[in-house]
Design a protein around this ligand. Sequence first.
Ligand SMILES: Nc1ncnc2c1ncn2[C@@H]1O[C@H](COP(=O)(O)OP(=O)(O)O)[C@@H](O)[C@H]1O
Ligand SMILES: [Mg+2]
Length: 229
Amino acid sequence: MLDVTDLRAGYGDAPLLFGVGFSVGAGEVVTLLGRNGMGKTTTVRAVMGLIRPRGGTVRFAGDRIDGLPPHRIARRGIGLVPEGRQVFPNLTTRENLIATALRGGAWTLEQVLSLFPRLAERLDSMAVLLSGGEQQMLAIGRALMTNPRLLILDEATEGLAPLIREDIWRALARLKQAGLAILLIDKNLDALIRLADRHVVLEKGRSVWTGDSAALHADQGLVRRYLGV
Ligand SMILES: Nc1ncnc2c1ncn2[C@@H]1O[C@H](COP(=O)(O)OP(=O)(O)O)[C@@H](O)[C@H]1O
Ligand SMILES: [Mg+2]
């Protein structure tokens, strides 16, 4: 579904990605791993067209999407839950969800509320007044309202209380069960190993390892070397 080969990108004159390659199949959950600053967010931003790739290719459902503007990439079926959530602070929960809704798909306001019942009680609150966990649920709900075929989450449990994190992991497991393809960035390795099918390790802007959860779990040297755990 998503095929990234030899992706190169950076900001200004500074190259940051020197060859990132990975794929996410239909219904598959794949993680991007690596210590801080290794290029995970930059990879996601290049895939979404938020920064322009300088080399390599990004294919989605068979078509080249590198070079397309972000809204066209989103419309093809990639939903992003960005690092830092970035909900619209002065819109209500309901307005945030409706703002990104694309017609003709399965996800409705009701379905987002059934995935995250806490949001039902906050529908008319401005997003800025929601807790961090509620804002994160809203950011995920907003991405789902675009009816993506692939959902990308960048540090979606960062800074959240353990019980709220569990709510998020449960929701992601439900999305996986429903057949959604997911690309995940997160620091909680145990939860990632439980949920994901495959993992891709980034080191200084390059993809250096890929394997399934059993292989990652078995290779503590790899975990120490590239993830610093
Ligand atoms: N907007 C930016 N302008 C310049 N450099 C940036 C910008 N954002 C991130 N960087 C740098 O890019 C490198 C990779 O960052 P990033 O992709 O955010 O890493 P990760 O998500 O793996 O922690 C880091 O060295 C970071 O300082
Ligand atoms: Mg990041």
